[in-house]
Design a protein around this ligand. Structure first.
Ligand SMILES: *Cc1c(COP(=O)(O)O)cnc(C)c1O
Length: 443
């Protein structure tokens, strides 16, 4: 396993994160347990911000909170000066509960409900990123009823799609998100916003994908957006105050993943924006980005206790852990790859290759297919790294397995930020079946 952030192997041969012994964490808080390296999260947030500061442009770094959404994380992001992206009423509620000012919250999503939109308007959040005509109409109606000005960004479909190592430019963009540029839908939506008395069109938004290791896709998307901004300048005399180029900056999960430093993405985005605005003689807009995974992904490590093993001679050695697809759905959902190590015998050399199985009743509940480890025994602690994004946020209760606890570690101290779910929590919403007094089919 690749040691990164504050990870170290201490004198007892244990994996240490944030100056805290992970074996002790497993003893105190039990397993499965998410451990977040707070220093690494802060380093990433600052790296994005510093890159903008160096370029001396107006900006916002918004934490795309769907990657990892808890009260503590919202507080950490807000205290670092980040804005917050939410994609549901639940995330919005959690952010507000954490004390994040509504004015720094942006609301995304392709099917926001009326109740969610009303909540956003009640709270007067920073902006709504409008995704489609149905939503646009709904917001227009609500804003007019209330006589309330609503700041909005329009989400564009830039016809550029990132597939990690390559980009495809699709002629006819097939995406559930955003207003299509090629067919003129985006131009129509811009026109509607400009004409509306209550909509305050801050600018436009694009997001091209996730786990991106190059800047080419952003360059392409920016070019597409500016082709259209040129048109809108002519047609509507419109210039955006904000251009939001989304998130998707990659992280290293396993060997072969080659992310760029946050500053490289930011510098390229800023340079391209300056280039195009200069050419079109437009005012330089504020630039917003929305990193999620690259802020929390490799800062998270999951600790598991190893239980049963099954050796199939000449085929495979399975070992099972006390979690799985309930706390990390990504391998089952899209064959995501991870690295791991024994946290309690971190110095011992690997001897064999093991397949790490979860405890759920699904053959697909495998966390890692090929992991080199020393000879393991029951009660060894397995650490799987880079589980900080889309892990806990996708956690579920399949097989009625309670969701893990979460600790933040920093400067030698651990802080519980999410409690372990209990069996009582699991039945909290269940109601008893009321047996009818008279049997209905009696005769
Ligand atoms: C998911 C998402 C992000 C964050 O993506 P990451 O890959 O986690 O950086 C940013 N913006 C939008 C609109 C998203 O949907």
């Amino acid at each position: 396993m690749y040691l990164h952030g504050t990870m170290e192997i201490n004198a007892s041969g244990h994996l240490e994160i944030g100056g805290v012994d992970t074996v002790e964490l497993a003893n105190v808080y039990r397993t499965p347990l998410f451990v977040y390296d707070v220093a690494l999260i802060k380093e990433r947030m600052n790296a994005f911000k510093d890159a903008f500061e160096k370029k001396q442009v107006a900006y916002q770094v918004a934490y795309a909170s769907k990657a990892f959404s808890t009260v503590g994380m919202y507080q950490l992001a807000h205290s670092a000066g980040l804005s917050i992206d939410v994609v549901s009423g639940g995330e919005l509620f959690t952010a507000l509960k954490a004390g994040v000012p509504a004015s720094t919250i942006h609301f995304h999503g392709n099917n926001k409900s009326i109740d969610e939109l009303k909540m956003a308007l009640d709270e007067q959040i920073g902006c709504i990123v409008v995704d489609n005509f149905y939503e646009l109409k709904t917001i227009q109606t609500l804003a007019e009823e209330r006589g309330q000005t609503v700041p909005v960004l329009l989400r564009l479909t830039p016809n550029v799609e990132a597939h990690t190592h390559e980009y495809i430019t699709t002629g006819q963009e097939d995406s559930k998100f955003g207003f299509d540029l090629a067919s003129g839908q985006a131009t129509k939506a811009i026109g509607i916003c400009i004409a509306d008395e209550y909509l305050h069109l801050l600018g436009v938004h694009s997001h091209i994908g996730s786990q991106i290791f190059e800047t080419d896709g952003f360059v392409l998307a920016i070019e597409k957006v500016f082709e259209n901004l040129a048109l809108w300048k002519q047609t509507f005399n419109y210039e955006p105050a904000v251009l939001n180029f989304g998130g998707g900056f990659g992280i290293r999960y396993v060997d072969g993943d080659t992310p760029l430093h946050p500053s490289v993405y930011v510098e390229k985005i800023v340079e391209e924006t300056i280039k195009h605005t200069t050419k079109l003689e437009m005012n330089m807009p504020e630039i917003w980005i929305e990193p999620g995974r690259s802020i929390v992904g490799d800062a998270g490590t999951t600790l598991y206790t190893i239980g049963s093993q099954k050796d199939i001679p000449n085929v495979r050695r399975y070992l099972s852990v006390d979690g799985g697809m309930g706390d990390n759905l990504r391998p089952a959902l899209y064959e995501a790859k991870y690295e791991g190590m024994l946290a309690n015998r971190a110095n011992v050399k690997p001897e064999d290759t093991f397949s790490v199985a979860g405890k759920c009743c699904e053959s697909g509940d495998m966390l890692i297919w090929d992991l080199p480890l020393p000879d393991v025994t029951a009660n060894d602690i397995l650490a799987i790294s880079c589980t900080g994004a889309y892990g806990y946020s996708m956690a579920n209760n399949y097989n009625r397995i309670p969701r893990p606890a979460i600790v933040f570690v920093e400067d030698g101290e651990a802080q519980l930020v999410v409690k372990r779910e209990t069996y009582e929590d699991l039945v909290k919403l269940d109601l008893p079946y009321q047996q009818k007094a008279v049997a209905p089919f009696e005769n």
